[in-house]
Design a protein around this ligand. Structure first.
Ligand code: CMP
Length: 136
């Protein structure tokens, strides 16, 4: 069953730094996503820690938060039928070396840390993550 959903996408510092913002946005648009909201910002480490709180017990948490706050990112609200699963498919596996051909991470990802994009993993987290960047 299809359901119109919104999901939070982030173009991460490695991709912004390599000027891949427009190419990645084009991939979203070509795959039927509407970009409802977007902003380019650099966040503080304390904000990254809040955003990734779900991972706070993981060994990679500190590096992850250092990394997300290391340079400009583009946060976007994407909309499409079944946007959450659709975005996860389009992004590909977390580790670019495991990602399928045609996915964003296969095409642009450098490593499991510098994997170019983030996307919400559930309806519940999409709401929380969209509010994190766009509630004002
Ligand atoms: P993301 O989808 O933004 O969610 C958390 C991020 O942690 C993930 O992408 C990866 O970039 C990063 N990460 C680093 N190491 C790991 C790991 N072993 N497993 C999962 N995610 C990892």
């Amino acid at each position: 069953m299809s359901k119109l959903e919104q999901t939070l996408s982030i173009i991460k510092p490695d991709a912004v730094e390599r000027n891949l913002e427009n190419e990645i946005k084009d991939m979203f648009k070509k795959n039927g996503f509407s970009i409802l909201k977007e902003k380019k910002i650099q966040i503080e480490k304390s904000e990254a820690e809040k955003f990734y709180k779900i991972h706070e017990t993981k060994p990679f948490y500190k590096d992850l938060c250092d990394y997300l706050s290391s340079g400009p990112i583009v946060a976007m609200v994407l909309e499409k039928d079944n946007a959450i699963i659709g975005n996860r498919k389009l992004m590909g596996a977390t580790n670019p070396k495991d990602a399928d051909d045609g996915t964003i991470r296969k095409k642009y990802g450098i490593s499991i840390d510098k994997n170019s994009v983030h996307g919400s993993d559930s309806i519940e987290n999409a709401k929380i993550e969209i509010d994190f960047f766009f509630k004002d």
